[in-house]
Ligand binder design. Structure first.
Ligand code: ZN
Length: 247
């Protein structure tokens, strides 16, 4: 079977038998990969410390054609994102990114641009606003995996939401996956009101990725997005609770 080279972010590892490890990687070339690192638990193995959570590595693997585990034959550390390991909020934000990638990433579904922008986000978490960096990453992630919410039109009747009095809040429904106009009935589950300012802020940030946003809006939007992830994904995200204002 052919050897393949790839660039990979370590999302998760679990022990396997006496000395080996199963590694879940997000690769630039192949999407999500489940690989067996034989001897990966031994001290001074060929993998050294490359397979620690959230490390960026250059890897060599033998790909299985079936659903079985790929075989990892080499992993060399390229970047450790040391700064995120020294700051708890940054570390949890990076762990949430890894958890979302682990939950949503698919085998043989590479997203090279998203991979590159994720590495940029991990570097930014070390020196820029954590909430803003995480928010931007999540807005982009929703687009990449096809879960972008409907913000311009009513998600139920598809009528554009324009020309409302500025004081009128916008009804958002996380379960329906978008905003809802005043004429459509919306179930209470997943429903919340957004100020028009926050709604406009969200719409703008989906169109213009490097738009600077006020920190208070970022935190509010992050809460809305986290509720949305909870409703849209079959599996709950554990790390979200860390970013909940009520934790
Ligand atoms: Zn409607």
């Amino acid at each position: 079977m052919p050897m393949e080279k790839a660039t990979a972010l370590v999302l998760r590892t679990t022990d396997f038998r006496e000395t080996s490890r199963v590694v879940i990687l997000w690769t630039r070339e192949f999407g999500k990969v489940h690989a067996l690192a034989k001897g990966g638990r031994r001290l001074r193995s060929q993998f050294e410390f490359a397979l620690d959570l959230l490390n960026l590595c250059d890897i060599v693997l033998i790909r299985k054609t079936s659903e079985g585990l790929d075989l990892l034959t080499e992993a060399r550390l390229r970047e450790r994102f040391q700064g995120i390991r020294q700051h708890l909020d940054a570390f949890y934000a990076a762990c949430l990114i890894a958890e979302i990638l682990d939950t949503c990433g698919q085998r043989d579904d590479p997203h090279p641009h998203w991979f590159d922008s994720t590495m940029v986000a991990l570097r930014q978490l070390q020196e820029q606003s954590i909430v803003q960096t995480l928010l931007r990453w999540e807005i982009n992630a929703l687009r990449e995996i096809g879960l972008q919410p409907m913000l311009d039109r009513c998600v139920l009747c598809k009528k554009p939401l324009e020309d409302m009095p500025a004081s009128q809040p916008i009804t958002w429904n996380a379960l329906a996956g978008g905003v809802v106009c005043s004429l459509c009935p919306t179930p209470s589950r997943g429903r919340r009101q957004l100020s028009q300012e926050l709604w406009r802020c969200w719409r703008l940030s989906t169109q213009q990725q490097d738009l600077p946003l006020p920190e208070s809006s970022c935190q509010q939007l992050l809460d809305v997005l986290h509720e949305y992830w909870m409703h849209q994904l079959a599996k709950p995200l554990r790390l979200i609770t860390y970013f909940s204002p009520h934790r």
